[in-house]
Design a binder for this molecule. Structure first.
Ligand code: PEP
Ligand code: MG
Length: 327
């Protein structure tokens, strides 16, 4: 089996009817780069930059962040690296930010993700500068976490433009042109207004982990309710479907980077819903690729339509498993 998976590395993630699916890696640490390349990742669909801020008492300065990000960008040897700006708060606590987060009565609904960045402009500008400089060494994309409004994107763009001007004035080498800007779609409000957001960004990355939690009002780490957490809930699937359609109508790429992207079971449904970009833990890439290669996109689309007609999770699950069994 291991040999079979190794062989997959050199094969394209192509459906039976010839549709190419882009499979990228989610990275949490610089040392994950090697695993991503070994697994055959076509790029990084999600770099979680939280590691730069964890387990320390001081904030990393621009040079330190630049050095680490540059290492990752160079390690990917020309493949695109999607760098998400800081997403602490909620379940992600940074000691370096001690006083600024963790004081919220409900961290998941508090100063998290882009909200923290827009409130702490210095912190945000420093990270933007490091990303722009790393982008001089290979293709990068900005990704903003926990977006819930058009205004947050406009404000972020202003910050990026300001930092670009400052660095250019100082003669610092940065990405040219300015890298694409994307929004995580992981708050139900963002999914429901994906058509409006699509006019403001260059791409979407759907974060199904948080999207499921927020849509169903479930904290997955709470044992008392974890059993109710289900990305196959029809409400979650509708949010995903609407986002994919809105993105494609606007002509921007839409990727999925939550846990379901790395579970082969979901691949036929996501492909059937029109998704052509998946980002996952590196170790999941071979198995998802294997499943993708077994899919006929026409059949997957018909099955996805049947699934979207269902109102109950059990029936959805059964229709999906039945389709997977037929592959
Ligand atoms: C998500 O919410 O699905 C996601 C990819 O982001 P994270 O798991 O880092 O919150
Ligand atoms: Mg998330």
């Amino acid at each position: 089996l291991e040999r079979q998976l190794a062989r997959l590395r050199s094969l394209p993630a192509e459906s039976r009817d010839g549709e190419l699916i882009v499979l990228q890696a989610n990275l949490e640490l610089p040392r994950d780069v090697e695993g991503a390349l070994t697994a055959g990742a076509e790029g990084v669909g999600l770099l979680r930059t939280e590691f730069l801020f964890m387990n320390r008492d001081t904030l990393p300065d621009e040079d330190e962040q630049y050095a680490v990000l540059r290492g990752i960008v160079e390690g990917l040897e020309g493949r695109p690296v999607t760098i998400r700006t800081l997403d602490v708060g909620g379940d992600k606590i940074s000691t370096a930010l001690g006083g600024k987060i963790g004081v919220s009565p409900n961290p998941a609904l508090g100063l998290r993700g882009i909200r923290l960045s827009l409130a702490e402009t210095k912190l945000f500008e420093t990270q933007i500068a490091a990303i722009l400089r790393a982008g001089a060494h290979g293709p990068v994309r900005f990704l903003l976490p926990l977006i819930s409004s058009v205004e947050q994107i406009r404000q972020s763009r202003k910050v990026i433009q300001k930092v670009v001007r400052r660095l250019k004035r100082k003669g610092v080498r940065i990405a040219d042109p300015v890298p694409p800007l994307g929004a995580m779609i992981e708050v139900p409000a963002a999914a429901l207004m994906a058509d409006g957001l699509a006019r403001e960004v260059d791409y979407f990355a759907i974060g199904t982990n948080d999207l499921t939690s927020y849509a169903l009002a479930i904290d997955r780490s709470d044992d008392a309710v974890a059993g109710l957490y289900n990305p196959l809930h029809p409400a979650v699937l509708r949010l995903i479907q609407f986002t994919v359609q809105a993105g494609h109508r606007a002509g921007i790429p839409v990727s999925i980077c939550g846990e379901i992207a790395g579970d082969p079971r979901y691949a036929p449904l996501l492909v059937g819903l029109g998704v052509r970009d998946l980002s996952m833990s590196s170790h999941s890439i071979p198995r998802v690729k294997q499943r993708v290669r077994a899919i006929d996109t026409g059949a997957a689309t018909r099955r996805a339509l049947a699934i979207m007609d269902q109102g109950d999770e059990g029936r959805i699950s059964a229709l999906l498993d039945d389709f997977n069994d037929s592959l």
